[in-house]
Design a protein around this ligand. Structure first.
Ligand code: HEC
Length: 263
């Protein structure tokens, strides 16, 4: 840590470093467990992890709460996983041990924490942990097949209003994004439908102006939140530019917004 750290360390980073200390203990226990298994027979699963599935499943199941640079996830509910493992990796904790720590954290989440229990198990957890361990705190970006394992957020074609209806789905990958980052509508009353297959709670709201990730316009309509299914917001639009975005904490800042042009 930098020596110029302010006296009052923000709560989040203080907790993250405490958790890393705990994680090292977990790593030791995980290593011990592995050693026991390895002495009996080969640990086959260890070498069969599928990093592509691991990345896809990490984005789908973990990314809405955790930031991990190479997975392009920006969740803020839980610790930033690059930060969480940087110190341990710098101190020489091998990637295999990081993998053990991730599996451990998912199997036995902190009971006081917000991390749900049993979100991933078995082969899926093995793949997720292998991916996180391979990329956490590692500079640069994924290459080859890993680079294209998850569709870029918001890369779909523009959503276009038809007969007073405009459909803007939440990204089914679990990324904090809608499938399109641009939409077009004619002036008048428009019902915006947001199908959401991701399992992550989202809504869709519309505000005046081109606000991007922050915005300061007036909210003219918002749908209820939904985790799976479809929800709608009805708004009255005038010619001009609006921003559609998700109001769940951190989602807009992570990229869950787009521009709606009315003409
Ligand atoms: C609903 C939000 C949420 C989801 C989904 C979630 N986590 Fe977490 N996670 C948290 C929170 C909050 C913490 C910190 C408190 C705690 O330890 O429980 C945490 C802690 C962790 C830690 C420990 C980090 C440290 O600082 O030591 C790891 C590793 C982790 N999560 C991995 C995962 C993985 C892998 C998944 C997906 C399978 C996942 N999480 C899904 C909220 C979440």
């Amino acid at each position: 840590m930098a020596s110029d750290m302010p006296q009052t360390t923000p709560v989040r980073s203080r907790r993250a470093s405490i958790r890393v200390a705990g994680a090292r203990t977990a790593a030791a226990a995980a290593m011990a467990a592995l050693a026991v298994v390895a002495s009996g027979c080969a640990v086959k699963g260890a070498d069969n992890a599928n990093l592509i599935i691991g990345k896809q499943q990490f984005v789908a199941k973990c990314g809405s709460c955790h930031t991990l640079a190479r997975a392009n996830t920006k969740g803020i509910v839980g610790p930033n996983l690059d930060e969480a493992f940087r110190a341990s990796v710098d101190e020489g904790l091998g990637r295999a041990s990081v993998r053990g720590v991730v599996e451990w954290q998912v199997k036995i989440p902190n009971p006081q924490g917000a991390m749900p229990k049993d979100i991933a198990t078995g082969a899926q957890l093995r793949d997720i942990s292998a991916y996180v361990a391979a990329v956490a705190a590692r500079p640069g970006s994924d290459s080859g097949l890993l680079a294209t394992a998850v569709e870029a957020p918001g890369s779909g074609k523009p959503a276009v209003e038809k007969g007073g209806k405009l459909e803007i789905p939440a990204s089914p990958t679990g990324q904090l994004a809608y499938t399109s980052s641009t939409a077009e509508a004619r002036p008048g009353t428009v019902t915006i439908a947001m199908p959401n297959q991701s399992g992550v709670s989202h809504n869709i709201a519309v505000e005046t102006g081109k606000g991007g990730a922050t915005g300061s316009g007036t909210v003219i309509g918002a749908s209820p939140y939904i985790t799976k299914g479809s929800t709608t917001a009805t708004v009255t639009l005038k010619p001009g530019t609006y921003t559609f975005f998700c109001q769940a904490p951190g989602h807009r800042a992570a990229g869950m917004y787009g521009t709606l042009t009315v003409k």
